[in-house]
Design a protein around this ligand. Sequence first.
Ligand code: AMP
Length: 190
Amino acid sequence: MGFSAFDFDPKIAAGIRALGYCVPTPIQRQAMAPILQGRDVMGLAQTGTGKTAAFALPILQRLLSGPRGVTRALILAPTRELADQIQASFRSLGRQTGLRSLAVYGGVGAGAQVGGFRSGDEIVVACPGRLLDHLRQGAFKPSGLEVLVIDEADRMFDMGFLPDIRRILKHLPAHRQTLLFSATMPDDIR
Ligand code: AMP
């Protein structure tokens, strides 16, 4: 099965080609169809399996239609390195879509992040602590959010992010698509 089976928009197919992806990885084969259908998906996947594109491609496809200039997809990640990697994937896969992404994490100035929220970047990739600061200060306005991804959920749990994630969830629209990826699936994550 190739990527053509998923009927991605030509702008997204161009991104797939530009990165040299020929066939979907197993997690991509399994997860992309239900994500494209708008269903909630829980995926068991380690880093290195292609899980980023497994959620990024269907999210880009979804965001191609609908409003611009509001945050519509939020990806929560445990570390700034991972947040940067995920944002880089969205940027390269979505290069021709005109959709914009913003990486949000602590340890750096908040000014550029506030600017990204203000300009309405559609995709936000964030570490929980700093995102919560922006939420409390009113820079991040989640009312237009359609998709939430919780990536590396087990690591976020180990790093003590669960309370912050719960606080963030309270502010997000209840009617949304939720995706969760984790290398392991202990009961507390489930
Ligand atoms: P990830 O598990 O998302 O961190 O991806 C691991 C690496 O695999 C990244 O360098 C991706 O660019 C690459 N990758 C993702 N999907 C594919 C694919 N279908 N074919 C070839 N490489 C891929």
